[in-house]
Design a protein around this ligand. Sequence first.
Ligand code: GDP
Length: 454
Amino acid sequence: MSTIAAISTAMGNAGIGIIRMSGDNSFSIVEKIFKPKKENFEIVANTINYGYIVDGDKIIDEVLVSFFKAPKSFTTEDMCEINSHGGTLIMNKILELCLKNGAELAEPGEFTKRAFLNGRIDLSQAEAIIDIINAKTEKEAKASIKQLNGGLSKKLAEIKNKITEIMVDIEASIDYPEYDVEEVTNDKVWKILEDINDELKNLEKTFDNGKLIKEGIKVAIIGKPNAGKSSLLNAILKEDRAIVTEYEGTTRDTIEEFIQIDGIPLKIIDTAGIRNTDNEIEKIGINKAKEITQEADLVVLIIDSSKDLDQEDKKILELIKEKNGIIVLNKMDLETKITEKDLNKISGDKPIISISALKKEGIEDIFQAISEMYKFNKIEIDESLTITNNRHKQAIRNMKYHIENAMKSIDEKMPIDVISVNIMECLNEIGKITGENASEDIIKEIFKKFCLGK
Ligand code: GDP
């Protein structure tokens, strides 16, 4: 394979930057541009070497170069990493020198793609690498590291072994029909299928948490105009305990707030600019509330306690009846017209919390309620494998479908070889996750998500 090179650290001025090369010629290329300080220098695997990057006689930078020899490297090819100073100009200059001496510019994700194509990691592990890079919370990172370490791959290998065992039994009963072994085989195969199905059910149980861990709990703060939605959001964002990451929303001009409270990832849905109180169009009426409520995992309904409860409040309460919700009675610093008791009668079992968004009082109680609701602290991702990836979820659902069909075939006393069709389909789904038989398009799509130099 060709030798590829790329800048692996983020662009911008930083203490150090790393330029990475992988491929048969990476050592010979680096030898042309690296002037080691040490005399009688030789390339030794897993060493870090001090010296200069030079362009002819010109010193470009003072660097450290590490060498990794095939197959013991990230890509399983000969690799080297040049640790230079972190200036954009310097890093580009060094990269240019690598290219001038025979390397090709790596595509985004190409190093990881090579690790996959060369069999060092499977596709689910490659996907875990993207998830680690993009992780916004500790829990998300933990789930991804577990997957990178082969958590899912091992589980799938176990299932694959069981399927192979079934295939052997089926073949034996087809090859030796004279020994009426069908009954015995059916029983044994059924038990193995049941085992596999249980495993798949357990994986399926992790989907909901996986989604919340990855995407964050989608929170909508709703309520009538002037109830205090934007004041509450601002109070939450300013709270020490909330770690805030702002990132671009799906539409160009929205900014969504991603916050963590006690490690619980919350994504505040941009309820049409709740922070922008001047914009009359953005004031939320019942229709808007309906729309937002639908997408939310958790609804925080804020009610102005200094005013009497009116029809609109009641309508909104009705709207969120079936939803996970918290009711916040705001403006407790003013004379109150509504009490928690009044609300209790119509709010169902949703927690009611009194606050003053203006004085930033009671915000902690909202956090507490959310913590209790999701009990995230009790979910030990270290202990169990959590499926966060939609592609994997779909494949696991398909596997379960095929296994259940196989069990049904046995129940219906179909010939035993019929179930081999279902089982082969299940194997096929495993291959889609690990990449053994993922389509070229899917593989392309996955590696496109990587950044340059990874
Ligand atoms: P939104 O339209 O629901 O986003 O409401 P805002 O957050 O813009 O608040 C509307 C008005 O109520 C503003 O003048 C706020 O200063 C005021 N307000 C919000 N929270 C409180 C509170 O806890 N106490 C008092 N006294 N006023 C508040």
